[in-house]
Each structure stands twice: as C-alpha cells, then as structure tokens.
Design a protein around this ligand. Structure first.
Ligand SMILES: [Zn+2]
Ligand SMILES: [Zn+2]
Length: 310
C-alpha cells in the first residue's frame, strides 16, 4: 500500500476518508486536523495559560504532544495536571508515564490526589459498594481538575477526549433518553467558578491517537483502567466499533447528527445557572456539589462501618 500523497509506504488506511498515509503524511494530517479543531472552535487565545489533564495514557499523551507542537511560537503556556485517583496496581505506572512526557517537553507538571483532596483513594471509596466506580471517579476527577486549574490560574482545562469517547457519550445519552445530559455535551457558556473545558482531539479516532503515540515514539501505558469493564460505556464502545468496521464513518456521522440536533436546540434553555456549593464553594446545580454529596455518603458509611467494630 502506497501513500496517497507521496511514494512512501503507507502505515494507515483511513477507511472513512479513502486515503492511505505514510508516517510523515499521517503525522502532518493528524496535527493539521487537531489544529483545525482548536482554531474552528476558538479553543485557545493568545496570553492564556492552559491546564492539560495528563493521565499518562495514550489520549492525554497525544494531547500534550500535539498541543505543544501546534501551539509552538504562540504566546500560550501549557501546564500538565495529573490526577492520582488511587487505583492500586494501575495508577503508579501511568503517573510515571505522565511525568516522563511532561519532562521530555519541558512542561511543568502538578499532581493532585484523591487521598489529599478528599481523604480517600478511589479503591477505598468503592470498596463494598454497588455504585459504579466510574461514577465516583468521574465526579471527583472533574472536581479535582477544576480546583487545581483555578489554583494554577489556568484559563482552560484541555482533556484528551477523542472521537470515540464523544460518539460513545452521545450514544449513551440517546440510549438512556437523557436529553439534558446530551445537550450538556455542547461547549458550555462560561459560568463563575468553572474553568472552561476544551477537547482539542475530539475529532480524532482513538486508533489514530494510538498510532500517533507509536510513531512519535512515546511510551504510553496501554493497559485499561481495571474498573472500565464495569460500565455501560464498555458495551457501547464495542457496539460502536463493530458498526464502524461495517460502515466506516459511523462515529463521525454520529457526531455530525448530534451537532445538527444541538444547533436546532440552540434556543432551548438546557443549561441551568450554577451556584456555589454550600460546603466547598465549587460550582454546582443543587445546594451541594456532587463531590460533597458523595463524600457525605462515604463519611456516613465509614462511621457506620467503624461503629460495627466497637
Ligand atoms: Zn506520504
Ligand atoms: Zn462541594
């Protein structure tokens, strides 16, 4: 297979576009498309400090590499934030990988841990509970990232969500009939206390992100989070992957359909005004933010558990 743009050997065949690309043209194509996503959506402005959520996995590693490349020469400062959820046998390696890539690029890295912020590791939070670990993890990770970004004076938080993640989220909300959450996937208007989030890789397929890391020769921790298989997302991911292989371009068309719906819903007030959490001051919908609500339940459980041992 020969590259569609030169006479080199192709390393990827993009079935959705019909192009075969060699290593050099693949990297060029990848970075150009990510730069287009950033530009089209005005994600980054000059003079800004951008906090990049870097877990050490392939998506966030590619994100940091790619942003570092496409923003070079612009007056933009990148700073990496790594969240340590406390997942035994998994997180230590990914934190090392995150430190390595930030160090290689000369980008400062800050680590924020669940244990320091909330008093518990994720493993402790979910032990003996029916709740899906991903619910706990998602709530506390968002909360920790937002707090850390504010402490660092960052204007935005960039996350490594890719096309597969986004298409899965859209599909999951359709399946659950949760239209409010579906509409919240759109870029939100700015709210006090909430650092705006950007997803520069949201148009890039997961496979191409893995390939980008491979050809850029960066180590990434490829093992999946041990809790991932317990979520609906895992089933939706398998379904979307088999549809994509039968009908190339399905993930893109899922997103295009969603964008059209979001456009039609523009007048609708799908986003409520946020207020400050009574306990911690973080932005939230109810009186307490989700993190404080979950923490309250955890503390009650821990007190009950310790009483049993008296
Ligand atoms: Zn080529
Ligand atoms: Zn709170």
């Amino acid at each position: 297979m020969i590259c569609s743009r030169c006479s080199e050997r192709a390393i990827i065949s993009q079935r959705y576009s019909g192009f075969h690309l060699c290593q050099g043209h693949f990297i060029e194509d990848f970075e150009r498309r990510a730069a287009e996503t950033v530009q089209k959506n005005a994600m980054v402005k000059d003079g800004e400090r951008i906090a990049v959520a870097v877990s050490g996995g392939k998506d966030s590693t590619a994100l940091l590499l790619c942003l570092h490349k496409i923003l070079a020469g612009r007056d933009v400062e990148l700073i990496a934030i790594t969240v340590d959820e406390g997942i035994d046998g998994y997180r230590d390696d990914t934190i090392k990988a995150a430190r390595a890539i930030a160090g290689q690029l000369g980008i400062e890295q800050k680590i924020v841990s669940f244990r320091e912020e909330y008093g518990y590791d994720l493993d402790e939070m979910v032990r003996g509970k029916d709740a899906a670990p991903c619910t706990f993890c998602g709530v506390f990770r968002k909360n920790a990232l937002n707090k850390m970004a504010k402490r660092l004076g960052a204007c935005k938080v960039a996350t490594g969500h890719n096309l597969d993640d986004e298409a899965q989220s859209v599909m999951m909300n359709y399946l659950k009939g949760d239209i409010h959450r579906l509409m919240r996937l759109r870029p939100r208007r700015e709210q006090p206390g909430l650092v705006p989030r950007i997803k520069p890789l949201r148009d890039m397929p997961e496979k191409e992100i893995a390939l980008y890391c491979m050809v850029k020769d960066v180590f990434t921790h490829s093992r999946e989070c041990p809790y991932a298989k317990l979520s609906l997302r895992a089933d939706v991911r398998d379904m979307m992957n088999s549809l994509e292989s039968l009908f190339p371009g399905t993930k893109q068309s899922t997103m295009q359909g969603f964008e059209k719906l979001a456009e039609m819903a523009k007048g609708m007030r799908t986003q409520v005004d946020l207020r400050a959490c009574r306990k911690c001051g973080e932005p939230c919908v109810e009186e307490l933010c989700k993190a404080c609500e979950l923490l309250g339940k955890l503390n009650v459980n821990c007190i009950t558990a310790s009483l049993l041992y008296i």
